[in-house]
Design a protein around this ligand. Sequence first.
Ligand SMILES: C[S@@+](CC[C@H](N)C(=O)[O-])C[C@H]1O[C@@H](n2cnc3c(N)ncnc32)[C@H](O)[C@@H]1O
Length: 264
Amino acid sequence: MKRELFPTGKKRKEDVAQKMKEAGYFTGSELGKEFMNTRYGWLDSPLDNPESSLTDKPLYETFKSLLPPGEKSLRNYIESTLEDKRGDAVGIEFGGIGVKAFSQFSQGFFRQSIGVTLADHRESNDPDTTTQSETHKIIEGNFFDRETYQTLNKILEGGRASLILERIGGGVDFVPQEPYLAAHTLQQWYELLDEGGLMLIEIPRKLNVLMPWWYEEVKKHKDTIDFDIATAGSVFRLRKLTNAPETLPLIKPELMRKILRRYK
Ligand SMILES: C[S@@+](CC[C@H](N)C(=O)[O-])C[C@H]1O[C@@H](n2cnc3c(N)ncnc32)[C@H](O)[C@@H]1O
């Protein structure tokens, strides 16, 4: 008997509703804070830090296979890619407070940065709070919720982001393993991205099977979208170039249905 990889129909709706409900208990609450601190080994990772402690997992480690050969620094890669935005860049980390990551960029490179997390896990006397710059804001919200984007848009004053990072690791506990919601969220992030902007994203492993098909779709726009995937790490890199499509190219619905039938 074939295993159903993704739930469909009523089961799919129930699964999504359940995850949203669970995330709801933890969003902006003491319970969420406590949960994060006990459940996750790393919560506010740096970009690069070869001498990091065992409790850190630099973002570089997750995205290194998408960087040019020999590139040893994620900060260097991002700053050189976004060089023409220096001083005016806007960055967002979805699924994290983003304090350490944004504090590692050259001072003033980002005009504004934002971390979107279910809960800000820090205690007020946490020494890490001191590394948060005045230009960095934290939103406690679920990145699948509409209100989170309303708050984000207010902070951005309708502007767009130069950099979008997401690497939630074990935080996938709160992510429905559901391709349509994932596609909708990636679409939102793509639309938030400025021309010339860069996205480095980890996707839930279960959705990895869809990556090669999606890759083919995006590659049809190779002159306007610089795109690469690393299925082993379940990550992708996307750069929106001049004249890029306004919406993210996705797997066509009929092909998607065919693929999903294969796994039913
Ligand atoms: C293991 S920590 C990783 C934190 C950070 N990205 C890092 O690399 O250090 C998991 C994070 O995922 C976030 N997270 C998981 N699901 C989320 C969701 N639906 N919306 C917002 N944040 C989410 C949690 O708030 C938590 O900060």
